[in-house]
Design a protein around this ligand. Structure first.
Ligand code: NI
Length: 163
């Protein structure tokens, strides 16, 4: 595994539409492993392939809604689609490609996705709260959309310092 370089806002790669993953091979597995390691190193809760310069529809998301003292785990979503959503949450959101900036973004509170795993098998997964927010944020990346385009406003330096 390896840490990959995260592209930052202003890089045109982050504004591009990503193509579906069609080969569920070793190269994809290495990409996913590297994305997970890169996300964890950056203290992120999600990462999309275009953020590491790969214009393919693959994302990783940290699932933090674990009950009964379960451990957090990372979900891999290949060719994800949102098939159901409900509720609404409004709160601060950031991105490893937009370091140090946060904005207020409204997202659904529940999101059901249909995706493939690293072997190409289709599954469905329902995310809630932060996980739902991450699913939307990461799937936006696959369309070249950053949260800064969705934010109703960005947090001020005072707010970032907690004043
Ligand atoms: Ni992001």
């Amino acid at each position: 595994m390896a840490i990959r370089k995260i592209l930052e806002k202003g890089d045109p790669t982050l504004e591009k539409h990503c193509r579906p993953v069609t080969n569920f091979n070793e190269r994809l597995h290495t990409l996913l492993d590297d994305m997970k390691e890169t996300m964890v190193k950056g203290n992120g809760v999600g990462l999309a392939a275009p953020q590491v310069g790969v214009l393919r529809r693959a994302v990783v998301v940290l699932e933090t809604n674990v009950e009964d003292e379960g451990e957090e785990f990372i979900i891999e979503l290949i060719n994800p689609e949102i098939i159901e959503q409900s509720g609404e949450q409004t709160g601060p959101e950031g991105c490893l490609s937009v370091p140090g900036e946060y904005g207020i973004v409204t997202r659904p509170d529940f999101v059901k996705v249909r995706a493939q795993n690293r072997n190409g098998d289709t599954f469905e997964y329902t995310g809630e709260g932060l996980t739902a927010r991450c699913f939307c944020h990461e799937i936006d990346h696959l369309e070249g959309v950053l949260f800064t385009q969705r934010a109703e406003r960005m947090l001020t330096p005072e707010e970032l310092r907690g004043e």
